[in-house]
Every structure is written in C-alpha cells, then in structure tokens.
Design a protein around this ligand. Structure first.
Ligand code: ADP
Length: 829
C-alpha cells in the first residue's frame, strides 16, 4: 500500500529536520511544542513525555508552550541538540497552514542563557581531528565567555586533554566519528570539508580579519587550526549571530603547565569526588572562597592547569601575600566583587544579541563598581595587582549612557516596555503621555456614559480582537442609546462601540504601540552600543575574574592558616607541618595530625611508607601531591613551612574501584597506570603510589612493587611516595641509597590498635590486618583463627589441623613472603 501523502504540517516538520541534521525539532503547534517520529520517542525517554500518535500512526509527544525553557534545560543536560520551529504568523480562520521556521537552535556548547548553564563551570565546545604527522588537533571555545584556545596533542594525551576540558559538545569529522574515541555523549559528526585546510583557513582569516595565524602564535600548518576553523564554522552555522566576543585564538602549551593526567585529577578529587562524582567535597569546592562565578570558573581552570613558570608562580604569591596581609584591601575588594554580575557571560550575551534589558542593567550595575575597585588597586606593591589595575577600564561614557537610559529594574522581555527611563528620549515621553492621557479619557468617558444611560454596570474594557468596547448586560439592553454601534453578542451581554470611542482608541493604541516599538528600538541601540565595547568589557571581566581568584586564595590562606611556599628549581620538597587541605577543613579543629615530608640531595628521593590500613598513608601521600599542586597554582599551602621544587607532572596511582565499571579488572587498571608512570615520569615529576600489586597474588604483587620501586629509584629518580602494606619492601633501603623508610605510627593496646596518624622514620613490623579486621567487626572466632594461622605462617610451620578438620600446608621452602591468597598446597579431609 502506498504510504499516505504527508500533511502540509508534517512536510514542514520534515523540512526542519532535514535542515538541522542530528537535532531534535520542537515544533510549535498552537499552545504546544510537539515532537514527532523518532524525536518523539527520544523526547519521551529523555524528558518523560507521554508518547501518543498523530494521524493514527505518527509517534508524537508534546508539552505546553510555557514549559519550553525548562524542557530545553533537561534536553541539553541529556546532551541533545535542539531546533525550535516557531509559528511565524498568527493562525486565522480560513488559513490552511501557517508559516513556521526554525528561529532558535540550542546545543549544549552554544547556549548562553544563565538558566541553562552552571555558573561555576566553563562550558566547553571542542573539536578534534587527526592531523598530518600523527598529532591531533584540538580546539576549544567557551562561547559564554569568548575564550577560544587550541593545541596540537600527542595521540596518547588526547583523552587526557579532552577529560580536562570536560566538553559538553564535541565536534569530529564525519569520517572519524566512529573510532576516534570511545563514543562520548555530545559528539557531533560534522562534514569532513568543515575540517579541510582551505575552508578552515578561510573561516579563521575572515572571522579575525587576518591573513595568517602567526600573529596569535601559531604556525599556519598546525593541525589544531583545522579543529579551530571547524569550531568557528559550526558556531557561525548554528548561531547565525555575531561572534565578535570571540576575540582571539590563544595557543595552549601543556609544556607551560604542570601536567596532570585524568587519573591524577580524578584520584586527587580535584573537581569531583570519587565516591559520588559531586563538586561538594572536592578540593575545588573546599578551597573555593571566590565571590563571583567568574572567579569560581578561574579557580576551576587554574586547578586543572597549574603553572610551571617560577616567576609567574611567585608573582601570584606576591599578590596573594599582599591581599592576605592587607585586610582592608581584601575585604573591600571582595565586597565590591560580591556586588558585580557575571560580566563575562553578560558580555557574551550582549555580543550575540541575546542580552535582555535585565542583562544591560546588570552590566550598568557592574560598571558602577569599577572606579572604587580601581582606586583600591592603585599603588599596590604586587606587580600582578598593579597589572590588573592598569587593565581595569572604567567605561565612563557607557556608564553614563546606561544609567541615563535604563529604568531601575527593567524586565527580561524586550517588547513589553518598562525598559527606558522617563526623560531619556523626548518622543518616547510624548507617546507615553498620549497613551496615559488616552487611558484617563477612557475612564472619564466610562463615567459619562454611566451617567448618561443610567446603566450602573456599564463598563469599558479591551480585547485584542475588537479593541476597546462598551459592555452592557442583557438586562439593560433597552437603555442602550441609538448612537451605540453593536459589535459582539455574548450570552449575558452585548458589546458596543461609539465614534468617539473609536477615535480615542486609535490614539491610545497607536501611541502605546509606537511607544513599545520605540522602546524596543532604543533598547537594541543601547545593546549595540554596549556590544561595540565587547573586547574592552571582556578584558575588564578577565581582570575581575583574576582578582576574585587571587582574593579568594588570600581569604583561604588567612582563614585557614596557610603559608607562602618557597619555590625551588631543584628537585626538592620540604614541607613541615603539612595538612591535607580537605580533611583538615572537614575534621573538627585541631584533630588533624600534621606531618612533614622531605626530599632532596641528602634526604632521599623515594619514601616508602609502610603501616597498616587505616593508619593515614593515603591521606599523607595525597596531601603531599595536593600541596605541591596548590603551590603551582599560586596558592599558599596548609603547613608551617614549605619549599617546593618545580614539578613537571604529578602522577598518581591510587585506588581503582571506579574503574571496574569500564570493564577492566582492578589489576589491569593498576598496571596500566603503573606503566604510564614508568614510561612518562621524569626527574622533575612527583609520583605518588598507593599500593601496587594488590589486585594479584602476594608473590606477584610484592615482586612487581619491588621492581617498580627499583626502576623509579634508579632509572627515573623522581620524587616518589609509595604507600604500601607490604612491610617486606622496607628491606630495599639496604640496597637503594635514596630510598627512605617511613611508617605511620600506631599504638598497640592489648589486642586493639590506635592510629596516631604521625609519619616517622622506620618501617612497620607487621600489617596489623587482624587488628583492623577487629575494628571492622569481624567475629571473634574468625579473628582467633586468623591469629593462629598467622603465627604458624610467620614461624614457617606446617599448619595445625583447623577445627573443621581441613588441613593446609605451607610449601616446603618457606617463601620470603607468606601467601595467604595463593593456591593451597595440600588439602585433605
Ligand atoms: P590508609 O591509607 O593507611 O589506609 P587513610 O589515609 O585512608 O589510611 O586514612 C584513614 C582515615 O584516618 C582517614 O579517613 C582519616 O579520617 C584518618 N586520618 C588519616 N590521616 C590523618 C591525619 N593526619 N590526622 C587525622 N586523621 C587522619
């Protein structure tokens, strides 16, 4: 059977789908948005709409028009891209089909509306493609702030870099869409030609008005420029708006940063916790004292890409130092910043013509604070603060303009008035007065008509369809004068007009219409005038972000007793009285036990830390990594003193529980991470290892841990902290000159152990596994038996038959390391 021909409406839908491949189309139909066909099925699943059928066979789902923003948010968070197809004309009787057009495309990487964004996180749209010579091109833009960067990346670093950016939308060439990465949510396959050298060069050159990217610090043949061009092309196609706030493309060089791979970022819980992947409880959330979203985003970025340049780090220390010591400076700066709005995202919306009247008012409010802020920064001793002062512009003209034009509290909407102040524009004032006079006339006219006709209930009202009218109830119909012209009949009343009413209506409505129209025009002109200042506004917004970031670090240093570290060029690390930044803040004051760490020419490069589980080994080694990282961010650190040698990378190999979901065994993950460290660590690196070889038999485990220790010590020579419950490894200190044995002190009381959390030279003489098992509530019978087994194993004796009658023997040659987990050697019974 021939399929039924498509209705005109479905034809419109199909056309919209075709023009917006890969997007869900929200199709406006009267008071509803509807989704059809496969979109309806996706929508039903993603946002829980009820799936129905249109014309008996087409799957359909929908929601009321006023829920649009809400559902857009839900769809975006689920990674969908959406085209909104609107009705472009009013439905009228006799009109079969009304014109519809997609007038808004919303994708996770191109939204700028605050309600659809997380204020404290960058919103990255990225593109990546393979270039010649094995490198990958990577480019990322945060459209909400205009920041646009690119880098060439080695294939083995690509996944790490992408994870750092945590993109909400990723563009890849069609031909590479399957197989470039593990499929990621939010991946958009783009036509290959949008990545080709000619198209991308053209796109970039036209946008920036340049003929080469050399001026931005790129070589024109870099693969990342292909990705950058593809990003820009996509933005232009999707937004059809000015991208004038994307001012420049900045090269990003991993070599300028302390490199953290994804495993390290995750296991140090820098921005999310391991347990529930939440911001709360992460290092970021714990240390964040910023008062603006701009500062919070800056801290987020800096924490993931710390500095490696000594003078840059020290310059930041100077700024934090000054803000820490000068309380009035810090307090004033922070209180002023607290009143500023998100100038980065506001400017982005102004520049893409999406700013609302409320947004402009927020810009105005922020500009008003700038003179005070600038004054506060004048004459500072920190170079960084002085630099910020110089870059902070005041925009006196723009400020005066906005202040004189905008009402105190303008609305979000642009077409309903209430935006422009009285006295700003003469014609607008006249129109408003006319409209107001008309309304007074209307009230007077109603009173006159009531008096003349004697109909007390007579009233003048307004509807869109017939304009102003006089309404008289049926009961009073006989009193209606002859000059009333009948317009409509209702159930209980009739509606009339009169020549004078018509005349005045004309005046009022025209005046009102024109006043609203004029207000809109004035608003747009105003917005355009702000848009002209985009580059300077973004520069100032960047100053605010930096200032908030630094003042936040100072507030943290001051309230939590952090100290200024010394930075050294050598591979040293000397932290006295160090505290774990998160745990120290979470535990009751004074509970956290501070610890020292020392690496250096006479202090060794490799610390082997033995001690029972639960003693505080992981906390200690993570603390050392975090303090090193914080110093590179320019932050003070929780310690009594700290000297930190410049570090090129921090590697961690700690806990792997969350990896199981990825379908790899714990042991495989452990070894992959170890391989990464062994292959990539340099003498400038800091490595922290939390147990190696736990996921295999004790023999295997100890052997691997042993060999890895030797390699890191002899061949790499990096600063290493290795926490392990294999106390047997302590023997290595006889052989390895730069290895030092440390242990976490515990106190044994009868059969219990007390954890002192203090790190001291020496090695644990035993694992205390049974003690910990007791703490955990393992039944006494099992503990008793375990003690007996342990005694036997340690004595190298054959096991006595256990009460169950089963016998297990040790291998004849007692191994250096007893295995409780290996194959039982003999079983009888
Ligand atoms: P391990 O790695 O040795 O098994 P953890 O580092 O996980 O031990 O620490 C176990 C618990 O001990 C932590 O959750 C924390 O509550 C506490 N702890 C660790 N270090 C300290 C410390 N320095 N001061 C106070 N409590 C600590």
């Amino acid at each position: 059977m021939e399929p039924a021909p498509l209705t005109p409406m479905m034809q419109q839908f199909r056309a919209a789908k075709e023009q917006h491949p890969g997007m869900l189309v929200l199709f406006r139909n009267g008071d509803f948005y509807e989704l059809f066909e496969s979109d309806a099925e996706i929508g039903a699943k993603a946002i829980g709409l009820t799936l129905t059928k249109r014309d008996k066979e087409i799957p359909m789902a929908g929601f009321p028009q006023h829920k649009l923003e809400y559902y857009l948010g839900v769809l975006l968070r689920a990674g969908h891209r959406v085209a909104v197809c609107e009705q472009m004309e009013v439905a009228a009787p006799g009109k079969k089909i009304i014109r519809r057009e997609v007038n808004r495309v919303v994708t996770p990487g191109t939204v700028t509306e605050d309600e659809l964004l997380d204020p404290r996180k960058p919103n990255h749209l990225i593109a990546t493609c393979q270039g010649k010579g094995g490198l990958f091109g990577l480019a990322w833009v945060d459209l909400t702030t205009g920041s646009f960067r690119a880098a060439d990346v080695l294939p083995e670093h690509l996944a790490d870099e992408i994870a750092r950016l945590a993109p909400v939308e990723t563009l890849v060439p069609e031909n590479a869409a399957d197989g470039l990465h593990p499929p990621m949510s939010g991946t958009v396959a783009r036509p290959d030609w949008t990545f080709d050298p000619t198209t991308t060069a053209q796109t970039l050159h036209r946008h920036f008005g340049i003929a080469t990217l050399a001026g931005f610090g790129f070589d024109d043949a870099q693969p990342c420029l292909l990705a950058a061009g593809a990003v820009l092309h996509y933005l232009q196609e999707t937004l059809k708006a000015s991208l004038s706030h994307v001012l420049r493309l900045t090269p990003y060089s991993p070599a300028n940063h302390l490199v953290l791979d994804e495993v390290t970022r995750r296991s140090l819980e820098l921005t999310r916790t391991l347990r529930d992947n939440a911001r709360d409880g992460s290092v970021l959330a714990t240390l964040d004292r910023t008062v603006t979203p701009m500062g919070a985003r800056r801290l987020h970025d800096e924490l993931l890409a710390p500095l490696r340049d000594r003078s840059a780090i020290e310059a930041r220390f100077d700024a934090v130092d000054e803000l820490t010591k000068n309380l009035s400076l810090r307090e004033t700066v922070r209180s002023l910043l607290d009143q500023t709005a998100d100038l980065q995202r506001l400017t982005a919306r102004v520049s893409t013509a999406r700013a609302t009247p409320k947004d402009l008012a927020a810009v105005a409010r922020t500009l008003q604070l700038l003179p005070k802020l600038k004054a506060k920064l004048t004459g500072r001793s920190s170079k960084v603060l002085l630099g910020l002062e110089t870059r902070l512009e005041l925009f006196p003209d723009l400020r005066t303009l906005l202040d004189s034009a905008l009402t105190e509290d303008p609305p979000y909407t642009t077409k309903e008035g209430g935006i422009i102040k009285l006295g700003y524009h003469a014609e607008l004032d006249t129109l408003r007065q006319l409209a107001a006079e008309g309304k007074t006339w209307m009230a007077r006219y109603q009173a006159e008509q009531v008096a003349a006709t004697g109909i007390g209930s007579l009233k003048i009202a307004y509807t869109q369809a017939i304009g102003y009218y006089i309404e008289v109830t049926n009961a009073n119909e006989h009193r209606v004068p002859a000059n009333y012209i009948h317009e409509r009949t209702l159930k209980n009343a009739k509606r009339y007009t009169t020549p004078s009413l018509r005349e005045y209506q004309e005046k009022v409505l025209t005046a009102e219409d024109r006043s609203l129209g004029l207000e809109y025009e004035l608003f747009v002109t105003l917005r355009d005038k702000v848009a002209v200042e985009t580059p300077r506004l973004l520069e100032t917004a960047d100053v605010l972000a930096s200032l908030d970031f630094l003042a936040g670090l100072a507030e943290l240093a001051s309230t939590r007793g952090f100290v200024r570290p010394k930075i050294a060029d050598e591979h040293v690390l000397d932290i006295r009285g160090g505290r774990h930044p998160v745990l120290d803040q979470v535990l009751p004051p004074g509970t956290f036990v501070p610890n020292d760490v020392r690496f250096g020419p006479d202090a060794g490069t490799f610390w082997l830390i033995t001690g029972p589980n639960m003693a505080g080994k992981s906390t200690f080694i993570r603390q050392v990594a975090l303090l090193t990282l914080l110093a590179h961010v320019g932050s003070f650190v929780p310690a009594t003193s700290a000297t930190i040698g410049l570090t090129d990378r921090i590697f961690t190999r700690v806990g792997a529980s969350d990896e199981l979901a990825r379908g790899q065994s714990t042991f495989m993950v452990e070894m992959t991470e170890a391989a990464n460290i062994l292959n990539n660590a340099t003498p400038h690196s800091l490595v922290i290892l939390d147990e190696i070889g736990r996921g295999t038999s004790t023999y295997d485990g100890v052997s691997l841990a042993w060999a890895i220790t030797e390699h890191l010590h002899d061949a790499v020579g990096c600063r290493t902290l290795f926490a392990t419950h294999y106390h047997e490894l302590a023997q290595l200190s006889d052989k390895l000159p730069r290895l030092r044995n440390y242990t976490v002190q515990v106190k044994e009381l009868d059969r219990d152990v007390i954890f002192l959390h203090a790190i001291a030279p020496g090695n644990a003489d035993k694992s205390y596994g049974i003690h910990v098992a007791r703490l955990a509530g393992v039944p006494d019978a099992v503990l008793g038996r375990a003690e007996a087994v342990l005694e036997s194993l340690e004595a190298g004796h054959e096991l006595k038959p256990p009460p169950t009658g089963r016998t297990r023997k040790l291998k004849p040659q007692a191994p250096p390391v007893p295995s409780l987990f290996g194959e039982p050697t003999a079983t009888s019974g």
